[in-house]
Design a protein around this ligand. Structure first.
Ligand SMILES: [Zn+2]
Length: 90
């Protein structure tokens, strides 16, 4: 998976956008929880595009909600899982 830049653009129409050309996600808010949900939503669009899965907008919204609830309800395990990928943590 390629590096995906996240760019803050307060002028953006809507909360977020994934640009396949620049491999970047733009967000128009820095408030919680809109920022986190928007970044996750646009990352799912990026994964869909990169892997050619052809998810519908509804599919992306369902995955966004399911992953958010999974992390919220299993916070410690989710944090440990993410930290396991930290190259600086040995
Ligand atoms: Zn979307």
């Amino acid at each position: 998976m390629q590096k995906l830049d996240v760019i803050y653009n307060p002028e953006l129409d809507g909360w977020g956008n994934y640009d396949a050309q620049t491999q970047s996600v733009s967000v128009s808010t820095l408030r919680f929880p809109e920022l986190q949900l928007t970044v996750l939503h646009e990352i799912l669009h990026a994964i869909d595009d990169m892997l050619g899965i052809k998810l519908s907008e509804q599919d992306v919204r369902c995955l966004e909600q399911a992953l958010t609830l999974l992390v919220r309800d299993n916070h410690s395990q989710a944090l440990a899982w993410v930290q396991a990928f930290d190259p600086d943590q040995k």
